[in-house]
Structure formats: C-alpha cells, structure tokens
Write a protein that binds this ligand. Structure first.
Ligand SMILES: Cc1ncc(C[n+]2csc(CCOP(=O)(O)OP(=O)(O)O)c2C)c(N)n1
Length: 643
C-alpha cells in the first residue's frame, strides 16, 4: 500500500452519532455539531459498505442533505420520500437503525432501501427510480383530504429526473398547486454520467461565455420579429440577472408552476437549513435545486463514482475490491457484453440500447467500440422499448440490454409497440431470478410469467454462459421479438465459443436419462437439478434431467417424449410459480391429456416477495437449490427423507 493510498480513509469515533437516541436530536444540534456528525456518518457508511457492499457514492453525497432535512423537518409528522432510496443510509442511521446498521443488506438485516415495514420513518417503499414526486403528491392530496398540516418532501436525483414519471408528477403537482417540496439532488451523475438534453440544462453548462453568446443570438432573433421585436429585445436586455434566471433550470420548473429555489451547495449545512426553513413557510409546490458531489469525502469514490455507485466489499484504506473466490470466472454480464460486440462487428444492423446502465448490463464495451450504434436513453425503460421498436421498424436489430426487474416498467411497450407489430427487437434480461442483497425491489422473478403469454415473443434461459452466447445468436437469427434471461453473477466456467451455432427454437436438451422421475429444469436451475439428480442416484433414485431451454416456444415434442415415460414430473425455475415456466408445462400437459395418473410438482418462487440476503442463501430458503431439488423429488416419490 502506498502512502497516498493509506491516507484515503481513517476511522472516526461516533462521538456524537452514538449518542443519538431519536431523530429529533438532530434538530437540536448546532451547525458545528452537525458538521462533526457528517464526518462520523461518512465514516460509519464507508466502514459498513466496505464489509457488506452497497450504494456508497450516492450515500456519501447526501449526508449534509439528510442532516439538514432532519434538522428542519419532523420525520414523524412530515413525510420524506426518497427516490430510488439508494441514498438513504444516513437517514436510516439517524432514524432508529444505527445499532442494526452493521446488518445492512444481510438476510433479516437492515434493507438497502427504504421500506415501510422496516420503520415508521420510511414513509414510502422504493428501489425503482422516479416514483418520489408521484408518491409525495399522493401524500399531499391525502393530507389535504384529512385536514392535516404536515410537510411532504420528495428527494430525487438528476438521473431519476430523466424518467417520464417524474414529469407526470411535476405536471400534476404544478396543476394542483398543493403544498409540497421537491428536492432535486443534482450531482450530474446517474450511475454513469447523466445523459440527455435536460442533464446539460440542469448542470449549469450555461457558462458566462455561452450565456453571452446565447443572449446575443436571442436578441438578434427577437429583433427580426416585425413591429414588436425591438421591444421584446429591450425587455430581454433589461437585466442580466433576470435574463440569466430566465434561461437557467428555474425556467423549466417554473413552467410546471413550481417555485424554484437554487442552485444551493448541497454540502453547506447553513445554506441548506436556511432554505428548508424558508420553504416550510410556502404553501405552493417548491423545487429546491441542490448541487452535491457523488462520493463526497472519500477520495476513491469521488474519483470513480460510477464504480462506487453500487459496490461489493472493499478495503476502506485503498478502495480496492476485496478478493472474491469466484473472481476468475467471467460474469454473465461480461460474456454478454463481449458476445454483443463480436456479433455487432459482423452484423452492422445491431444497435445496443440501455436505460442508464451501460456498466451494469455490460454494454459499456459496446459504447467504446461502436459509439454510433450505442444509445443510453437515461432511466427511461418504457421509452427504451418503444425507441427500440422504432429502430427495428427501419430494418435494424436493436438489442435492449436491461435488468429483468426494470423491464417490468415497459410491459405495455413490449406488448403494444414490439410484439403486436412483430418487430425484431431483442431483449437481454440480466439479473433474471433472485439477485441477492438488493432484495425484493430488484429480484427479476416475474419476467417469465409476464413475457411468455405475449404472442410472437420467443423466450429462453441459458443453463450456463456458453449457452447464453448460443441463445443470443438464436435471438438475433430469429425474425421477431425474442428475450434471453440470465442470472446475476458468474457463470459456471463453461467454455464459451463465440462462433457457436444457434439453437433450434423450441429444442430442449436431455442431459441425463432416468426411470423414476423426470426433472424439467430451466436456466440457472439446470445444474443444481443435474447435481441433485446425480446425488439422488446414490440414494437409489433414477432421475432424468431435461434442460428445457425455452419457455416459448415450449419444447413440446421433447417434453412429450420424456414425460410419457414417467409418472412423476418436477419442474424447476428461478422465477415466480404463478404463470411461470412450470405453469406453462402443466398447461401443456393438461391440454395433451397427460396429467391423468401423473404427479407434477413445480419448484419456484411462491406467490410472495422474497427478501434481501445472499443469493445462495435466498435460493436455499425458497427451495430451488440442489438440496431443494432433492427434497422435492423424494417428496414427490413419497420416499422418506434422510435428516
Ligand atoms: C426504474 C429503474 N431503472 C434503473 C435503476 C437503476 N439505478 C439505480 S440508481 C440509478 C441512478 C440514479 O441516479 P440519480 O437519481 O441521479 O441518483 P444518484 O445515484 O446520482 O445520487 C439507476 C439507473 C433503478 N433503480 N430504477
């Protein structure tokens, strides 16, 4: 470790922090004490995230903002609504969860996101972005109906302001004119650099030289208007200040009938508390524009906010990642990114589309290699899908790389814009299944169920990273919409052939034959099923395992061939049971009159939300790991289970 690295983090005792008994204590602290508290909070967050992983950079940026909110507002009476909620660690620590904060993101521990079930101070549950203004407005309307007098504050980042829903909320809020506050936490970053026209508008790019040029151009344009142009130009010239404020972010929000205050230094506690005290007096919608630095106070995170946005365990002194045992295996995301670049080299019609997640989806390498065919649309999943449909309608092959959980946003666009027109859009759904520590808001367990019934859609899930590449090729060669869903994490170490042949649509793969039971497994559950079957052999059970590969078109012939030889059938998937892969199999067997005299059991995620925790731990708890497969087979066969 070099001297420079050593200086990057040093422990600070929680001298003030550990004395806090309830959130009201913050309102009694002086500015000086709050400044000390900010340092202690940062230290607590860095130490905990370095062990448990989590959203570091966003949380370091909101320490002063949180202190100022708790100083000025009453978190029991007022309503504070965090957008995405990945920046609420300080809030959690200060609102009763300090002592449990070391359990952050662990099973049964503090969640990484606000949750109503976790604390009465978490006023609205969240994990997906851009919901805060809508929810806060709902709370404001409910307050007025109930004759209440509480404040409602939504805190939203500039990245989250790229989503349409934020403007739907602003539009209604401005129209209704209810008392509410929107705090725009502007750090010029989404996970990566923020994108779109609005981001440069917000990010005070109107520097003096460009402002002057803009002013001159506008004046000369105004002068060209017959009769009144000269007057307009004179009005516009009247004051430099009014001109400036007219053409700054305030203009946008004032068009939505919000009172605009800002921009304000989001790390200056005095300014923040001053402005929050003022907004409490206003009875209109107010937008407070706060400028913060992502990763503030921790050099490695300030320097590389994208990496430290959401990070695994690391060494606090250096910021370097802790060594993880599977690190030598490539992740599904990496294999996907590499394959997409290779395919795009030969096929010039491939266009990569991401909704603000180039790194998360592995399309960052595509961005570097084929910038003209790469599009980051911002946090706009609905738009991403319709945009892709537009691209496809002109003969290109858009690849929408997206987390399964975020495609939930785009259901109608998938149905109405893509599938109804049978357009050639390819969906690559990363984080399909249980994602682990991010928990219920992020598990990608509904995709198979919400995609499989849409006409024209082809839907598949690979058993390993080599099959992922083959399925990508299958999807690209298929005429029409297709989706490939794969899990979070590393592959199994299968040798990847980037030139491998596609797979015939609707063709399964029999991996193991057997006589007592047949297991129809899908995607990430194929190897656990196979390993379970091998172990069952030693217990005298002969189990066949089919890598079913496709949910749609279902490999009907392969299923018929196998099931017709078995009385006992088990399906295994890492997705929700209602409407999922197992349901598809049962429907098919029923239609074929194959259920009589057979026992079919489905393994998957029951009709419930799964909590946060390590991915392996969660898979074991819901019973879809190797042990769960073995248990289910023995139960199905009515065999006694060894304890
Ligand atoms: C609907 C949805 N899409 C994508 C994400 C993934 N995501 C989490 S945070 C984030 C960036 C948010 O940027 P911003 O609101 O500016 O907050 P910052 O992290 O910069 O503080 C993204 C894209 C999400 N949570 N929800």
């Amino acid at each position: 470790m070099s001297d420079k690295e050593k200086s990057q983090f040093s422990h600070i005792d929680g001298e003030l922090l550990d004395k806090i008994c309830n959130p009201y204590d913050v309102s009694r602290f002086s500015l000086e004490e709050m400044t000390q508290l900010a340092g202690e909070l940062r230290c607590r967050i860095i130490e905990t995230v370095s062990k448990n992983g989590g959203h570091l950079a966003p949380n370091l940026g909101t320490v002063e903002l949180t202190l100022a909110l708790l100083h000025c507002f009453d978190p029991a009476h007022d309503r504070i609504v965090w957008d995405v909620g990945h920046q609420a660690y300080s809030y959690k620590i200060l609102t009763g969860r300090r002592e449990r904060f070391h359990t952050l993101r662990k099973f049964d521990g503090v969640s990484g996101f606000p949750r109503r079930s976790e604390s009465s101070y978490d006023h609205f549950g969240v994990g997906h972005s851009s919901t805060s203004i809508s929810a806060a407005l709902g709370m404001a309307v409910a307050r007025d109906l109930a004759g209440g007098d509480n404040n409602v504050v939504a805190v939203i980042g500039d990245g989250s302001m790229t989503a349409g829903q934020a403007y739907e909320g602003l539009n209604q809020a401005g129209g209704m004119g209810r008392k509410m506050v929107v705090v725009l936490n502007d750090n010029e970053m989404s996970i990566s650099k923020n994108v779109g026209a609005l981001s440069s508008f917000l990010s005070r790019k109107l520097s003096n030289p460009s402002l002057t040029r803009f002013k001159k151009e506008t004046e000369s344009l105004l002068k060209q208007i017959p009769l009144i142009g000269g007057d307009l130009a004179r009005y516009a010239r009247r004051s430099e200040e009014s001109f400036k404020s007219f053409f700054t972010p305030g203009m946008l929000f004032e068009a939505f009938r919000f009172t605009y205050l800002g921009p304000i230094d989001g790390h200056n506690l005095e300014d923040l508390t001053d402005v929050f005290e003022q907004v409490k007096q206003l009875d209109t919608p107010v937008l407070v524009h706060v400028l913060t630095k992502k990763g503030k106070g921790y050099e490695p995170a300030e320097t590389n906010p994208t990496y430290f946005h959401g990070v695994g365990s690391f060494i606090p002194e250096t910021g370097r990642a802790q060594k993880i045992k599977d690190r030598n295996l490539p992740s599904y995301t990496e294999v996907f990114g590499e394959a997409l670049c290779r395919f795009a080299q030969k096929d010039k019609s491939i266009v990569a589309i991401t909704a603000a997640m180039p790194e998360g989806t592995g399309t960052d390498c595509f961005r570097e290699t084929y910038p003209e065919r790469f599009v980051d649309v911002g946090i706009c999943e609905q738009h991403a899908v319709t945009f892709a449909a537009g691209v496809a309608s002109q003969g290109f092959k858009p690849a929408v790389a997206i987390y399964s959980t975020f495609l939930q946003r785009s259901y109608d666009q998938v149905v109405h814009d893509v599938c109804l027109q049978n357009l050639n859009v390819k969906f690559f759904l990363d984080r399909g299944g249980l994602v682990g520590e991010d928990g219920a808001t992020h598990h990608g367990v509904f995709d198979l169920a919400f995609l499989r019934h849409i006409p024209h859609m082809a839907l598949m899930a690979p058993k390993d990273e080599a099959e992922l590449v083959r399925m990508m090729r299958t999807a690209f060669e298929h005429e029409g919409p297709a989706a490939v869903r794969y899990p979070r994490g590393v592959g199994v170490g299968a040798e990847v052939d980037y030139d491998a042949e596609p797979i015939e649509l609707g063709k399964a793969e029999l991996l193991r034959d057997g006589s007592d039971v047949c297991i129809l497994a899908l995607g990430s559950r194929v190897y656990p099923a196979l390993e379970g079957a091998e172990e069952l052999e030693t217990e005298g059970v002969s189990a066949a395992v089919l890598n079913t590969r496709f949910v749609k078109p279902l490999p009907k012939q392969d299923i018929l061939d196998l099931v017709s030889r078995h009385r006992f059938v088990l399906t295994v998937e890492e997705g929700c049971l209602p409407g999922g892969f197992g349901s598809a199999v049962v429907e098919f067997l029923s239609d074929e009159g194959m259920l009589d005299g057979r026992k079919v059991h489905r393994l998957g995620i029951k009709d419930e939300f799964v909590e946060h925790g390590a991915q392996g731990e969660l898979r074991a708890r819901v019973g879809i790991d190797k042990a769960g497969v073995k248990r289910a087979v023995l139960e199905l066969l009515g065999r006694p289970q060894s304890k």
